[in-house]
Design a protein around this ligand. Structure first.
Ligand code: GLC
Ligand code: MG
Length: 240
């Protein structure tokens, strides 16, 4: 991956995935490029769920798969997890305490996940229970990062994880220093990685929660939706 001069670092649901025709057009466009493009998927899904989406949508296998909202990193060619990252994340992580505190808030329904590297919930009650949870975690001194997406998903992550931190780690460790990256996303859990200062695209179908992101020359809002938005932004940044 270190030899690839370009990189697409993209969210899956609602960004790369959502419009099959646009996706195929984007992949054909990339195939015609003379340069190599590294592919990184950065998803809220857990690892097995991301793999099943890759299979059902016939997506190309990425070089790196960042799953669980940036709490796990896998080198997909070898299917090996980057344990340094996991170890670093879990130093002050107290999942049992997060769970205990959240169980007092009835408007939060716990998501069933394969492990406790993150604790996630869904809510149908808007922001109020999310604010309540955040306050309770702070009062109890529980180190964490809270991410609210799509007015529904509430992710509690180890403090130094998340899609932005995980992407920065992958860029530093695995990619060529002068790589030309495009970051793509559509919802709240993408805010951090879209705000790193790399060329980035908020796709046309994005959730309202991204409308407050500050205007920035490196942040492009595409008219096209899903993979069509990635295609539009790639041409904007890199197709001279
Ligand atoms: C995906 C995941 C879910 C997570 C959400 C927001 O939908 O499946 O677990 O809460 O993204 O990050
Ligand atoms: Mg998404």
């Amino acid at each position: 991956m270190k030899s690839k001069p370009y990189m697409l670092a993209t969210d899956l649901d609602g960004t790369l995935v959502g419009d099959k025709e646009a996706l195929h057009k984007l992949l054909r466009y990339f195939d015609k490029k003379i340069y190599d493009i590294a592919l990184i998927y950065i998803t809220g899904r857990h690892y097995a769920s991301a793999l099943s989406l890759i299979e059902s949508e016939a997506l190309p296998m990425p070089d790196v798969l960042i799953s669980d909202v940036g709490t796990s990193i896998y080198m997909t060619k070898s299917t090996v997890e980057d344990k340094d990252w996991t170890k670093k994340m879990q130093t002050d992580w107290q999942p049992d305490l997060v769970e205990e505190i959240a169980s007092q808030i009835t408007a939060l329904t716990k998501q069933l996940l394969p492990d406790n590297g993150r604790i996630s919930f869904t809510t149908q009650s808007g922001k109020a229970p999310v604010i309540q949870l955040e306050k309770a975690l702070i009062v109890n001194n529980v180190s964490h990062k809270l991410i609210f997406s799509s007015n529904r998903d509430v992710d509690i992550l180890p403090r130094n994880s998340g899609k932005g931190e995980a992407l920065t780690y992958v860029l530093e460790k695995y990619s060529c220093a002068s790589v030309n990256v495009l970051v793509a996303g559509d919802s709240g859990n993408d805010i951090e990685m879209l705000s790193l200062g790399h060329p980035s695209v908020i796709v046309g179908n994005a959730q309202d929660e991204l409308s407050s992101l500050e205007v920035h020359p490196q942040l492009y809002r595409s008219v096209q939706k899903y993979a069509g938005g990635i295609h539009e932004a790639w041409m904007h940044f890199y197709d001279e």
